[in-house]
Design a protein around this ligand. Structure first.
Ligand code: WTA
Length: 701
């Protein structure tokens, strides 16, 4: 056979354009019943939001909000690519989500909180009550001296106090930064430091899988970690899961920690005028993992973000005020910010807030909740769908709920899981929107408009109204639809929901999302700044996009983005570890899970103890969600002659694939040793193609 070694530059191009074999799925039509009641039924909607109408088409989104002062400019591009939307306007997100609904919907439920223990009663919070509680919390925050522009970090579970505190911040222009409750104290601490928060708001405990977790313990770790990084936290405010009772064992630090319920006594019945804030003021930060070890704070604006999530909640989730909507995501992620809190509330929706695990105490739980509360819009992630299907494939049939629409988000969904969702959960009546988007984008990028477009299992659909995707190859050439080739999906134009910047790091914003395809860095023309999303994608002849997964060093575990560099540096906190490499492995339930390869320092014997401490280090530094599936101690890492660890080779071994040609490595022999360690003596590798995200893993540096 001819020389198998390809020049590296050719490898890059051919891999970006790797042919994607995919059986074309059939289309499913929305029912007439759904169509007749849908908020968005205009068949010309995508043309109305065509690029020739940009950016003025987005005025319609701004019109869905109530303004204190009207905006003057739809889109200001003078500081490209730091877009400013609806400039000159004055607005308040808390007012738009709460106050403006009081006259008509004051006695209607804004939230129905469902505790994890099934015997505990639901807690209904009407818009009127939400108003009272948001005002009291805002008065308390103001009483602490916090004002517009200050940052406050939250580390809260799924309880009504989380949206209440978010809206209290929004009322005053305080920038909230919620860290997912499942992250460790240390992970919370580094985010406190990055955002420069002096106040941490947390909760003593919450229920998870039948256990009342001591969550306050994390606050102490977080404050200590932040301090080590140079950021002092003056105040820790602790909500009580059971008001009036402290449900954690960790002591309260005197002078620093206070119970919110105690402090609130001084603010009973207090009203706080919503502050008229500039449109482009920041509303919140949401940290997300990327290629480097340091998570980045996506900064979202008040008006642009709110307009975008309001319109997409109305048109794409199809929320009407008389619907009962349930998104099972956690508010600690962007999905919860956009599509549990801000979008649904701005539409006067009624949302179910569920505290716990969907499969607790059994796989019938979600369907019991749906039946009891009359949920008719359901929103979840493929991992939950796979899990519920595995544990209780027939469970939905036992309950008399009926959804009109369902959403999936966070990971690619394979057609088989999609069909179970459609047939069993949706009972062949509910439409499905497969919504693809990112923390950075504030709201949906690609999805069908549910009453207008047929569904196609495994594909998210065309761009949402006003979103114009394009797929580029490595050289910046457009990959045409129907070519069967994959590339990097980008959005040609800005949109109101796009993040404003990476908190405190303008250069990183440009470098991460724009540098690759921007040809003129001084340009003020938005056409020169396509937004690179970081996913591989392919567009079928019918225009629908199929997302293949992350192309950077991010592993999407059960819909949670984990940075491999973060995991690797956690491993290196174990003193015996010399080198670490983390790779994604396909998993039947969670999509991808991390596997860890470590090399120990000379003279250290490999042992289970070292493995256990690596796992513990990952749990401490990041959280239990990042727990690796396996940890292998290897004699050496496979390396290029320049010393770079070949993560791709490890990924192939972990995924039981052929490692390909390794003769150019500095230490080719170690590959076979590692392969035997992982796969056993017999060759078990298959030649089946690796999914794009794994095949390309480790390429971006
Ligand atoms: C992935 C979550 C396929 C994708 C809203 C993206 C998806 C990352 C989908 C962002 C989908 C999200 N189909 N993949 N419908 N939705 N993803 O920031 O890889 O937590 O880049 O935002 O999740 O995850 P993030």
């Amino acid at each position: 056979m001819a020389n198998k070694v390809k020049p590296p530059e050719q490898t890059e191009v051919s891999e970006a354009q790797i042919a994607v074999h995919w059986k074309e799925e059939g289309h499913y039509q929305p029912s007439d019943r759904f169509k007749s009641q849908a908020n968005m039924r205009d068949p010309h909607i995508l043309e109305k939001f065509g690029l020739d109408k940009f950016p003025d088409c987005f005025r319609e989104y701004a019109d869905m909000l109530t303004w204190f002062e009207p905006y003057r400019t739809v889109l200001d591009t003078s500081d490209a690519p730091f877009w400013k939307w609806f400039v000159g306007g004055k607005i308040n997100a808390s007012y738009n989500c709460v106050d403006r609904h009081l006259a008509k919907y004051g006695s209607k439920a804004a939230f129905i909180f469902v505790p994890e223990p099934e015997a505990e009663p639901d807690v209904v919070i009407t818009y009127q009550e939400l108003h009272t509680r948001v005002n009291e919390a805002a008065a308390l925050l103001r009483g602490l001296g916090l004002t517009a522009g200050d940052r406050v970090t939250f580390h809260m579970p799924m309880v009504p106090e989380l949206p209440i505190t978010m809206l209290a911040c929004a009322r005053l222009g305080i920038i909230h930064s919620q860290v997912f409750g499942g992250f460790s104290g240390q992970a919370c601490g580094s985010r406190i430091q990055d955002s420069g928060s002096r106040v941490l708001i947390t909760m003593d405990s919450y229920w998870r899988n039948g256990t009342l977790v001591d969550h306050k313990a994390n606050a102490d770790i977080a404050v200590r970690a932040a301090k080590e990084l140079g950021q002092d936290v003056d105040k820790v405010l602790v909500w009580q899961r059971y008001p009036g009772k402290y449900s954690a064992k960790t002591p309260m630090a005197s002078g620093r920690d206070s119970f919110v319920n105690d402090l609130l006594k001084d603010y009973k019945g207090k009203n706080v005028e919503p502050v008229a804030l500039p449109s482009e003021g920041p509303l919140f930060l949401m940290y997300s993992s990327g290629t480097t070890g340091k998570p980045k704070g996506a900064q979202h604006s008040i008006a642009g973000f709110l307009a975008y999530v309001t319109a997409t909640s109305k048109w794409l989730l199809d929320i009407h005020p008389d619907d009962v909507y349930w998104c099972m995501a956690d508010i600690g992620w962007i999905t919860g910010h956009s599509y549990i809190v801000y979008g649904p509330l701005a539409n006067a929706g009624t949302s179910v807030l569920y505290e716990g695990v969907p499969t607790f105490p059994d796989a019938g739980r979600p369907w019991r909740i749906a039946e009891r509360l009359g949920v008719n819009i359901f929103h979840t992630a493929p991992t939950a769908i796979r899990m519920l299907r595995k544990l209780g494939p027939q469970e939905p049939r036992k309950y008399k709920y009926q959804f009109k629409s369902m959403t999936t988000v966070g990971e690619p969904i394979e057609p088989e899981a999609w069909r179970w969702y459609y047939d069993e959960v949706g009972k062949r009546e509910a439409v499905i929107t497969d919504t693809w988007w990112l923390t950075e984008t504030g709201g949906f990028l690609c999805t069908t408009v549910p009453a207008l477009h047929p569904m196609k299992p495994g594909s998210c659909g065309p761009g949402a109204p006003g979103i114009h995707p394009v797929i580029y190859d490595e050289t910046g050439a457009e990959i045409p639809k129907g070519s069967g080739k994959a590339g990097n999906i980008c959005i040609r134009n800005p949109w109101p929901g796009i993040m404003q910047t990476v908190w405190g790091d303008r250069d990183r914003y440009i470098k991460t999302y724009f540098a690759k395809y921007n040809k003129s860095p001084k340009s003020k023309d938005w056409r020169d700044w396509p937004f690179m999303c970081g996913d591989g994608a392919v567009q079928a002849a019918d225009g629908y996009y199929r997302i293949l997964g992350r192309i950077d060093d991010v592993i999407n575990v059960a819909g949670h983005r984990l940075g491999t560099k973060e995991l690797e540096s956690a491993c290196l906190t174990v003193p015996e570890i010399a080198e670490a490499a983390v790779v994604p492995v396909q998993d039947e339930l969670k999509g991808r899970v991390p596997e860890v390869y470590v090399a120990v320092k000379p003279g250290v014997p490999p042992s289970q103890d070292v493995v256990d401490r690596v796992v513990k280090a990952i749990e401490d530094v990041i959280g239990k969600i990042a727990r690796p599936k396996r940890v292998y101690i290897v004699p050496d890492m496979p390396k290029t002659r320049s010393g770079k660890i070949m993560r791709r080779v490890l990924a192939a071994i972990s995924n039981r694939r052929d490692v390909g040609d390794v003769t150019t490595l500095a230490n080719p022999d170690v590959v076979e040793q590692i392969r035997t360690l992982v796969q056993g003596k017999d060759v078990v590798a298959t030649r089946e193609e690796l999914p794009e995200d794994i095949a390309k893993f480790g390429e971006v540096e």
